[in-house]
Write a protein of this length. Structure first.
Length: 292
């Protein structure tokens, strides 16, 4: 058994459960420190895996990394994605309005402003603040790991999703004041210009295409590491509402799932606009939005 992988999945499923580490440790009859050691890859008995699976309401196979992992909480899925990205040497993205790992610092700042404003008006203010802080921390950690490791990225952005982003701004699902929404729209437009610059300059190891003829039915990411590949179907962007978002994300290392999604992405890449043509199209969208 790969105990480091089991530990990573345990942490993600703990976040998915909504239970605090203290609660899980108490029900399991171990200390919180022992639970954290399991999450860091300490040897764990099969009986303990079975009991943890019962507590977390999942199959023991999910903790062993066999089959499909399901996540209904954005924080849990973002944590699992962070874990898989840490080993990835190649990342293939289909869909979405942006490539999260190469967004600017301005994106992070705007998202933090939006989260803070939404939290102040939320009924569960403290819980929202805590979840928002975790979400922003995961975003920063994912981007920092990318900067350090520099896996190759091929991302196909949806023009339809980008148009919506420019119209509604970053984090459209957050309930924020009119002034903050205006700032989020301005930040989205700045991010689109950043995206156009990346398309035009084509930095080493980063290729971004624009899908203009048809929008993907669903967004997904294929992450290839040296030993195996994962598929992540992700309905939650980093700017999703950290509490009460509705959706189910999945992660799997099943060969057939990875292969068919890889083929779909490769076919889409052949049809995508690239380089100066894609950048020009993005800037045209920006010009249209400024007229509204």
């Amino acid at each position: 058994m790969r105990f480091a992988d089991i530990g990573q999945q345990l942490r993600a499923y703990r976040l998915e459960s909504g239970l605090r580490a203290e609660e899980i440790a108490a029900r399991l009859g171990v200390s919180r420190a022992a639970l954290y050691r399991y999450e860091k890859g300490e040897v764990i008995k099969l009986d303990t895996i079975r009991r943890l699976a019962e507590l977390l309401k999942i199959s023991p196979l999910s903790l062993l990394g066999i089959g499909v992992e399901y996540f209904s909480r954005p924080l849990a899925l973002q944590e699992r994605l962070r874990q898989v990205e840490e080993d990835a040497e190649q990342i293939l993205q289909l869909g979405g309005a942006l490539c999260t790992l190469v967004t600017s610092e301005g994106y992070d700042s705007a998202l933090a402003e939006g989260m803070a404003d939404a939290a102040n008006a939320a009924p569960e203010r403290l819980a929202f603040h805590a979840a928002a802080e975790q979400a922003l921390g995961l975003l920063v950690a994912r981007k920092r790991a990318y900067q350090q490791r520099r896996p190759s990225i091929i991302a196909m952005i949806s023009e339809a999703a980008l148009r919506d982003l420019l119209m509604d701004g970053i984090a459209p699902g957050l309930r924020v004041s009119e002034a903050v929404r205006h700032n989020l729209i301005l930040a989205a437009r700045a991010e689109a210009e950043n995206l156009a610059g990346l398309m035009e300059s084509v930095p080493m190891g980063l290729q971004i295409g624009l899908l203009t003829d048809s929008a993907p039915a669903a967004n997904f990411i294929v992450l290839r590491a040296r030993e195996r590949a994962h598929l992540c179907a992700n309905p939650f962007g980093p700017d999703s509402q950290p509490l009460n978002a509705i959706g189910v994300g999945t992660v799997t290392a099943a060969d057939e799932a990875v292969s068919i999604h890889q083929r779909v992405a490769e076919n889409a890449w052949r049809e995508a606009r690239k380089g100066a043509e894609a950048a020009g199209r993005v800037r045209l969208l920006l010009a249209e939005m400024r007229l509204h």
